[in-house]
Unconditional design. Structure first.
Length: 74
């Protein structure tokens, strides 16, 4: 229902005023695609960074004798 309200002309009665023109206006804007691209880039960067840091920490814990290892493993 939130999606229908976002692209209808009258949010109080969204099913009566749902049009494809409103949908095209909402998602056809270059500004929306820019925001979507930034969101995807941020998500990808966070995923890569978290994987790299997690992998490095796992390697350090598995292969070396780190002080307070039990605290880090629990």
């Amino acid at each position: 229902m939130v999606f229908v309200r976002a692209v209808s002309e009258n949010p109080r009665n969204p099913l009566d005023t749902f049009t494809l023109e409103a949908l095209a206006n909402s998602y056809g804007s270059p500004q929306i695609w820019g925001v979507l691209a930034q969101t995807m880039a941020t998500s990808l960067a966070c995923g890569v960074l978290a994987t790299a840091l997690g992998g490095a920490l796992a390697w350090v814990l598995a292969r070396t004798d780190v002080p307070m290892r039990r605290l880090l493993l629990s």
